[in-house]
Design a protein. Structure first.
Lengths: 401, 258
């Protein structure tokens, strides 16, 4: 049963993507570590980190595509799950600093010493263990999504109203995490990390390792998403997206399906955040900013919603553009991003991948496309009395008497 | 086989498939249903007619759990109180509903539309790992045959004509294998040939299901040749054969005469 479920997710497109990703995961660290700095093939360490960041964003975009592209849930607050995963990882990294902090306190992170706190808050316990932090990376975003979704979907909040409350959720978290007495470092967030699992975090080898870990996480995330959307459940999700009440009247408890996919998606976003933080070296409340979550939606729209691979391509392309643009014309970046969104909405409503797929299919299937136009004429023929009908005819008046 | 119960006699939910008694629903003071009472017997096909605003669609909403009645009783199979259940639970009990506007899953193929409708597990995890067995596939083939869409099985539902979408939706109801089908204006916007075909399809379905059809089109109702309930301003105005209700002066006044 599970095998069949997995096999269904592995179509040709998935295999090609996973092969490319595996190649990137091998080649990039190899060119970074095994070639001398002056060589033409050398990939500098900052580029490895940058690519690692893109892959984290790609996983985040994938999680948004899963709910928006396939179930029609437009979350404008997915950055919150990303940031929560990031904070969970950041707490682990803070606890690893130990006596190497400015104040040298073996238990309390620097900002707590600075705030004159004497003991560790209860919710910081356990984060000195990696496994505990790893569980929290999934559990905290997952639990928030579950509780949030439980109320929102059961109350049948849909469409733009749902988008607005997801936006409100991330904004509320932004404000909460800004407060010093929340115990998450306030405005400055968590930073100054020293090592992860005993490896120095600035080390080239560690960075390469984190890059590989991110590629693996993205591959796994893609595989899970692909299996889910190609299962019967995936078809129910699309059914919910296209005709929610029809699905309900077929006996599907729509809110449960939404809750499942929303929670799964939040866990994926949490993992993306957790891998992002050690590579970037900081997590602060600005990650909760509503604009971040909206940007993710733009990546997905550019790449093509409902295609999975499109979300990944969109995230990488737009962020590559952002890196380049903010280097050349930093003050114009937001205009470019806004313009891009408008252009994609108007000119490529299916996104890059969706449009490319449609073009490709159109070339292969020009014949059947022509018959599609003939559907109306054809239906007249379909309406002709079938052979079985006369038998049913006389039966009916009898029943009415 | 049809059970004829004059409206004046006190009804007993026990003998009926569908039982509505004194159901009232109001929206912002407007009484969409006003003490509506009627019953449908097991195996019966019933047509509900009435002018716009007579409460036909609201009645369907009440039966399928979309709208809760302010007062009144709604029982299914004699014992199940439908006013306490939600849409999914009511659908699982065996009440299928066809919307006025054809509502199919446009980005799925005809086959997948029927596969999703097929009676079976509806919970998240069995659906995630499950797949349709040979028996289910055989039933889908059978339904495709019934709704004359076998040749379009792999086409996207979005590419079907209006009439074909209506039939697909009826097919989806059949796949649910309900005890009662509620069909809302199945021939609205259809060509004459399609209308005739739909009447035939419904009669075929009525052989082994109970069906309630809401309709405007009098020719179509005549084609069905079944017992008719006339609604007016949220309650039953008349009941009987089409000829019988057509002869009723009040019916002529509110509906047929217009």
């Amino acid at each position: 049963m599970i095998t069949a479920f997995l096999l269904r997710g592995l179509d040709r497109r998935a295999l090609v993507f996973l092969a490319v990703l595996a190649a990137v995961a091998v080649v990039v660290p190899l060119l970074n570590l095994a070639t001398p700095a002056g060589s033409g093939l050398h990939i500098p360490s900052y580029a490895v980190t940058l690519l690692g960041k893109y892959l984290c964003y790609a996983l985040l975009a994938l999680s948004v595509d899963l709910i928006w592209g396939f179930c029609g849930i437009l979350s404008l607050g997915h950055g919150a799950f990303f940031a929560l995963g990031g904070y969970a990882m950041g707490m682990y990294l803070m606890r690893q600093i130990g006596t190497r902090g400015v104040y040298g306190n073996p238990v309390l992170p620097d900002f707590m010493v600075f705030l004159n706190w004497k003991t560790l808050p209860w919710y910081w316990h356990g984060f000195d263990q990696f496994w505990f932090a790893a569980v929290m990376v999934l559990l905290v975003p997952g639990l928030l999504a579950f509780v949030f979704g439980w109320f929102a979907f059961r109350s049948r909040v849909t469409g733009v109203y749902l988008s607005i409350i997801t936006q409100a959720m991330t904004f509320a978290l932004l404000l909460a995490f800004f407060r010093n007495d929340m115990g998450f470092g306030g405005n400055n967030g968590l930073t100054d990390f020293k090592d992860i699992l005993g490896f120095p975090i600035q080390d080239e080898g560690t960075r390469a390792g984190l890059f590989v870990a991110t590629a693996v996480a993205l591959g796994l995330g893609y595989l899970i998403a692909s299996c889910v959307v190609r299962s019967k459940l995936g078809r129910v999700l699309v059914a919910v997206r296209d005709a929610e009440s029809r699905t309900r009247f077929l006996g599907y408890r729509v809110e449960m399906y939404k809750l499942f996919v929303f929670t799964l998606s939040a866990c994926m976003a949490g993992v993306a955040g957790a891998l992002y933080v050690p590579q970037i070296g900081i997590i602060n409340p600005s990650e909760f900013a509503p604009a971040n979550s909206i940007e993710v939606v733009i990546w997905v729209a550019v790449g093509g919603r409902g295609t999975l691979i499109g979300a990944i391509i969109g995230a990488i392309l737009v962020n590559f553009g952002k890196t380049w643009f903010t280097g050349v014309l930093p003050e114009l970046w937001l205009f470019a991003l806004g313009g891009l969104f408008v252009a994609v909405t108007l000119l490529l409503p299916k996104g890059i991948v969706g449009t490319a797929t449609a073009l490709w299919r159109g070339r292969r299937w020009r014949g059947p496309a022509a018959t599609g136009e003939g559907t109306l004429a054809e239906s007249g023929g379909d309406a002709e009395p079938p052979a079985a009908a006369p038998a049913a005819g006389p039966a009916a008046p009898e029943r009415a008497s | 086989m049809t059970l004829q119960v004059p409206a004046a006699v006190p009804l007993k939910a026990g003998d009926t498939l569908l039982y509505l008694d004194g159901v009232s629903v109001s929206f912002d003071g407007f009484k969409a249903l006003n003490g509506l009472s009627f019953t449908v017997a097991e195996g019966e096909m019933r047509a509900i007619i009435g002018p716009n605003g007579a409460g036909k669609t609201t009645m369907m909403d009440v039966i399928t759990g979309k709208t809760r009645p302010d007062v009144g009783e709604v029982y299914f199979g004699g014992t199940t109180d439908l006013t306490k259940l939600d849409e999914a639970a009511i659908a699982s009990l065996g009440i299928g509903r066809k919307f006025q506007k054809p509502t199919v899953f446009e980005s799925h193929t005809v086959w997948d539309n029927l596969d999703l409708a097929l009676s079976g597990p509806r919970r998240v995890f069995p659906i995630l790992f499950g797949r349709t067995d040979a028996e289910g596939r055989r039933r889908i083939e059978e339904i495709l045959e019934t709704i004359r869409l076998t040749h379009r099985r792999d086409a996207l539902a979005a590419g079907l004509s209006h009439g074909q979408k209506q039939w697909l939706e009826i097919g989806m109801l059949l796949a649910q294998d309900p005890r009662l089908l509620l069909v809302d204006e199945p021939v609205a916007g259809m060509t004459d040939a399609e209308t005739e075909e739909t009447a035939r399809l419904l009669r075929e379905i009525a052989c082994d299901h109970s069906v309630v059809v809401v309709e405007h089109d009098m020719t179509f109702v005549r084609d069905l040749g079944v017992h008719v309930t006339v609604l007016h301003e949220g309650s039953v105005l008349a009941e009987g054969s089409l000829d019988h209700v057509s002869a009723d002066e009040r019916v002529v006044e509110v509906y047929l005469g217009r």
